[in-house]
Design a protein around this ligand. Sequence first.
Ligand SMILES: Cc1cc2nc3c(=O)[nH]c(=O)nc-3n(C[C@H](O)[C@H](O)[C@H](O)COP(=O)(O)O)c2cc1C
Length: 217
Amino acid sequence: MKILLISASPRKEKSQTFLLAKQVVNGCEDSRTAEIIHLCEQKIDFCRHCERCHKKILACPLKDDVKRILMMMLEADGIILATPNYINQVTGATKTLFDRSSHFIHCLRLMGKYVAGVVSSGSGQDKEVLSYLKYYANTCGAYYVGGISSRAPVDEEVLSDALKLGIKLCDAIKKKKEFPSQKRQIEERKEHFRRLIQARKNEWEEEYRYWVDKGWI
Ligand SMILES: Cc1cc2nc3c(=O)[nH]c(=O)nc-3n(C[C@H](O)[C@H](O)[C@H](O)COP(=O)(O)O)c2cc1C
């Protein structure tokens, strides 16, 4: 079972978000083999909307670390998305990474994977941020097993809940758990992209081929 933690705090190991996210990892069976990415150590440029990645899958002309991160996401069974609350949203680095993954959205590339969300903040008003992480997971086809958030400093009770979230993540992966209401939403969005991919099939050649090969079109 492959677990990937993507942590967005620039404070790395000193970060409250990371403290919480690491505890989610500790709840996972294969915690020692989990891979950890600190986004602040990565070069992540802004998407330029050239659409190259739709014509030729993941063929982005920008030379930075994004393709490697996206490949790690594709190889993972479970992804922990951890971000501090910055102005009631995910950090800019997180959003920039998401923007660069629009191929994942067009082709639901995270389908069959499971995501857990982690947020820390000064106020504890983190619902919107967690719900955005859930939205991202679902829009890429993944199931969201749940999220944990805390006002900093993180206390023992929340750390114990974070451990439980890790257990829940791995349990969902092992049992290939289904989340019926999320499944409906994923299907609705898939319908939207089916129409879009069909309409753009002459431009987004490889994404169209991906849908055909999957038997979705
Ligand atoms: C640029 C910036 C924006 C922030 N915006 C918010 C905010 O809107 N709401 C909030 O509750 N905390 C906000 N905070 C506080 C952080 O979310 C909080 O300190 C968090 O625990 C930091 O996580 P870290 O230790 O993992 O870096 C902000 C902090 C920074 C640096």
